[in-house]
Design a protein around this ligand. Structure first.
Ligand code: ADP
Ligand code: MG
Length: 576
């Protein structure tokens, strides 16, 4: 344990303080990386944490640091830690905290705060804000520690809240005065808590397993949907065994791609609309029936009646959108193991009429897409550019893939096959822009693998300044900016003829690659799929921070990518 020594009433007493107790509590619980931005009152804390062996990564904006912490939590099943200053820094970190909660990622946002006495009397302190109250509705739990002797318990509560049950974001408020509080080092040591079994197994009820298997057995056209909860659970072998023993076609949600390879014979990714419509029993494993699955009803799901089996750790998730006839509540590892157990050795696999119909549809769709992916057009279209990146990921299945944008996201998700679990990280449940560079940094730091980011030009802009962070820590990140001069498309015009360009249009012919060069990284301007391929392979081989400006035809995109239907329509505006 780190400690400060001093002379106290003539006898030498070993002392510690708030700074060191927080550091010791983090280390005791294996939280060895902090993503943050320094400033009052946490600057010295960051310095001391680094001196004590914690990896402290400083970002240019708290939101990016927060997104990094959130995805670190997803990748490791330990809470990612984000550290910010008070009020404005705290607020910048909140978007990521809410994102972590929404996506069920464990994360702890630790913010320094101003003096309670002044804040609570609203006397106008430096960066005055009642941060705890503001954080509460945006996270799973929020705590404030006022006394040094409570630091151990405070962090233990934060860790448990973040990772147990359905994971999520936790806020930990540390007022400036706490850091300097002194206490006896031995008492301090004893006050720390090493959290035992932070995310205890939650076993499903045997009845629920039997019910689920009865429903599955009755199916003529079963489907398994794997969500990012299944990927998070790290029960990869059990999930694979369940899918293969059942013989049921599976559909991976975006971040569950690769949990089983997209090229697996049972993968129905390329026959998505068919399996949603035609299936009669659907088993959801760590996937919610939210907007991303059209709420489990309506046109996308067809007219045939459906029965849903759902495996989730959160009991309240059941019946959230439609009736769940077989709820299985527990952690995915335990639930899947119990299902496998119940299936035994003699389980009858899904009928080959159904599985071969799905395979046929999938193969047709894949064949239809293939020639588009091989075009060498310049300027590039999405398919030509993504065809190249698809091959690169096939050749480098260990690489991490970060993906955000509109068309760049929707098309890359469909085109780029994944081969291993938890390799694809993207915009998640909210479909947010801005996760890009934070995710790249955490992916490189937490996995030690090379990272390929496929970024829309607009999406990149939200966190683009973090390329300096990537260069500063010399991380093996290759960013490909799909530059089509704007949002959705770069071709909109201002209908008034006034001097401003249309709201969706950026500077034409921008050179994002030069941003990377400004910080000593490699920048490449790629105008054809061949050039793009060469540049990405070089970056992945060298591990040097690289940004490739991929010039995409400004007319190639479509409004809002695949979710244009979510835009409200005005009866007054003429349809284009
Ligand atoms: P996707 O967007 O990929 O469909 P969602 O985020 O909608 O995934 O759903 C993930 C689900 O997984 C959430 O309902 C969450 O409660 C659940 N979940 C997360 N971790 C576990 C776990 N270890 N065991 C069981 N369920 C989990
Ligand atoms: Mg664009």
């Amino acid at each position: 344990m780190s400690a400060v020594h001093s002379i106290d009433t003539g006898t030498e007493q070993e002392l510690t303080d708030g700074f060191h107790l927080i550091i010791d509590a983090l280390k005791l619980n294996g939280l060895n990386t902090i993503y943050g931005v320094p400033g009052i009152p946490i600057t010295d804390f960051g310095r001391m944490a680094q001196a004590e062996g914690i990896r402290v990564l400083s970002f240019r904006h708290e939101q990016a640091a927060g997104y990094a912490a959130s995805i670190a939590g997803y990748l490791t099943k330990k809470p990612g830690v984000c550290l910010t200053v008070s009020a404005p820094g705290f607020l910048n970190g909140l978007t990521a905290l809410a994102h972590a909660t929404t996506n069920c990622f464990p994360m702890i946002l630790i913010s320094g705060s101003s003096e309670r006495e002044i804040v609570d009397l609203q006397q106008g302190d430096y960066e005055e804000m009642d941060q705890l109250a503001i954080a509460k509705p945006l996270c799973k739990a929020a705590y404030r520690v006022l006394h040094a002797q409570d630091i151990g318990i405070g962090l233990a509560r934060a860790i448990r809240s973040a990772v147990s049950g359905r994971p999520g974001g936790v806020y930990l408020d540390l007022p400036a005065k706490l850091f300097g509080q002194v206490m006896n080092a031995d008492a301090g040591r004893k006050s720390l808590v090493k959290v035992i079994d932070a995310a205890p197994a939650q076993l499903p009820a045997p009845d629920s397993i039997k019910r689920a298997l009865d429903v599955l057995k009755s199916a003529k056209k079963p489907l398994i949907i794997l969500g990012k909860g299944a990927a998070y659970a790290q029960a990869d072998d059990a999930v694979k065994a369940l899918v293969e023993t059942s013989g049921v076609p599976f559909l991976p949600m975006s971040m569950a791609k690769g949990l089983l390879p997209d090229t697996h014979p049972q993968c129905a990714g390329a026959a998505r609309s068919t399996v949603l419509k035609d299936s009669d029993v659907v088993m959801l494993i760590g996937a919610r029936l939210n907007w991303l699955l059209s709420h489990g009803k309506g046109k996308a799901w067809g007219d045939a009646p459906k029965k849903f089996i759902q495996i989730d750790i959160e009991p309240k998730e059941m019946d959230s959108n439609v009736e769940i006839v077989a709820p299985v509540v527990g952690d995915i590892g335990s639930c899947v193991a119990a299902l496998l157990d119940g299936m035994g050795k003699s389980w009858t696999k899904a009928s080959s009429d159904w599985t071969s119909a799905v395979t046929k549809k999938r193969d047709e769709n894949v064949a239809k897409m293939a020639p588009k992916l091989m075009n060498n057009n310049s300027p590039m279209d999405y398919h030509g550019a993504l065809g190249v990146l698809r091959t690169i990921i096939a050749e480098r299945p260990d690489a991490m893939l970060v993906n955000e944008g509109a068309n760049t996201l929707d098309l890359a998700r469909g085109i780029v096959d994944m081969y291993k679990p938890r390799k694809r990280i993207d915009v998640g449940t909210w479909g947010i822009m801005g996760i890009g560079m934070g995710y790249c940094i955490a992916a490189a730091v937490e996995t030690g693998k090379p990272v390929l980011a496929i970024e829309g030009d607009s999406a990149f802009g939200f966190s683009g300044m973090e390329v300096e962070t990537i260069c500063r820590y010399n991380l093996p990140v290759c960013i490909v900016v799909f530059n089509n001069d704007g949002i959705y498309r770069g071709t909109d015009v201002n209908p008034t003829g006034g001097p401003d360009v249309a709201p969706t249009v950026f500077v034409k012919g921008s050179r994002y690659d030069m941003m990377m060069q400004a910080f000593g990284g490699v920048g490449v301007n790629a105008t054809s799929p061949d050039e793009l391929k060469r540049a990405v392979n070089e970056a992945m081989d060298s591990g040097k921070p690289t940004l490739i400006n991929a010039v995409i035809d400004p007319a190639a995109g479509s409004e809002s990518g695949r979710i244009g239907n979510l835009n409200p329509q005005s009866v007054l505006s003429k349809k284009k």
